[in-house]
Ligand binder design. Structure first.
Ligand code: BJW
Length: 254
């Protein structure tokens, strides 16, 4: 079922919300768009316009040109540090308290869910604000400045890199296991602001359907998930989620 225009919550979804006890939410970069953080595939403006993000977010790109990749992330870290959580992030913080079990899984690396107050957050693709040694894979906190070159690991002298998951790399094992377990055991699954093409995250809503959950997709555009989702609500997450939150609050308190 597709709902678009002024956000309204379909009657069938209200019924499911009133009975649901276990909710899973998967977010993508679209949820941070209204905070002024460009989505992954739109991240390229100004100096970065000529680069393809799919090619920069790879271990090969870092190996071939560590300076370029480091500078790209420095630029994005700066964008993220200037951003603040928007009504969509804040609605999810409130929703967490309405359901006995609520798991927030994000593909985002911007830390905005945590800054909004969500806790815990299952981070599938790491966090741009953490830095790790590219050789030892250990988190390094005490690196200096946002220079043009990747800093060196104080222990082994290896290049430092952002603690994010690039194409071809494995996702953090515990985070992925938690995501799969909660997905297979939920009543209602939300896929919000993601193009639903990057694996393995893109297969989570499909798993949820297979295990009997209803899937709600919230996006300004259709994605490969749209035709399979139980409900597709077309609209910006910052408008749609507060409406879902107030509906859920009413059904839970009546
Ligand atoms: C709004 C909105 C508003 C806008 N409101 N909505 C099976 C088949 C084929 C390939 C593979 C496969 N399994 C694995 C692969 C390879 C690969 C992959 O999936 N490739 C695809 C391109 C097909 N996956 C991997 O390599 C993963 N590793 C892995 O599986 O390891 C084992 C393995 C390796 C190799 C082979 C087989 C197995 C790792 C994936 C890591 C992804 N990392 C990135 C970069 C993180 C760091 C960084 O940010 O720089 O994560 S890529 C990028 O994509 C980033 C995002 O988290 C992720 C998802 O993007 P997202 O968030 O959906 O953003 P967009 O821009 O695509 O979409 C935004 C959406 O928002 C749009 O739909 C808008 O309409 C919407 N929107 N404003 C609501 N206001």
């Amino acid at each position: 079922m597709t709902v678009s225009g002024e956000p309204g919550v379909p009657r069938e979804l209200i019924k499911i919300l009133s009975k649901a006890s276990s909710i899973v939410v998967l977010t993508g970069s679209g949820i941070s768009a209204e905070s002024g953080v460009p989505t992954f595939r739109e991240a390229q403006t100004g100096l970065w316009e000529k680069y393809d993000p799919m090619e920069l977010a790879t271990p090969q790109a870092f190996q071939n040109n560590p300076k370029l990749v480091w500078q790209w992330y420095s630029w994005r870290r700066q964008l993220v540090s200037q951003a603040t959580p928007n009504p969509a992030h804040l609605a999810l913080v409130e929703m967490q308290s309405l359901f006995p079990k609520f798991t927030l899984i994000t593909q985002n690396v911007d830390g905005l869910h945590q800054r909004a107050g969500s806790d815990p957050v299952v981070e599938l693709h790491g966090n741009i604000l953490r830095t790790k040694c590219s050789i030892e894979n250990t988190i390094v906190d005490n690196w200096l400045g946002e220079g043009h070159e990747p800093p060196l690991c104080p222990k082994c002298g290896g290049l430092l890199r952002p603690d994010v998951v690039w194409f071809g790399e494995s996702l953090p094992e515990a985070a992925l296991a938690e995501a799969i377990h909660s997905t297979q055991n939920c009543d209602l699954f939300f896929s919000i602001g993601t193009s639903a093409i990057v694996q393995p995250a893109a297969s989570l809503p499909i798993q949820a359907l297979k295990f009997g959950a209803a899937v709600v997709e919230i996006n300004i555009d259709q994605t490969p998930l749209t035709t399979q989702a139980t409900f597709f609500i077309r609209g910006p997450a910052g408008m749609v989620l507060p409406v879902i939150l107030s509906t859920a609050s009413i059904t839970k308190h009546s």
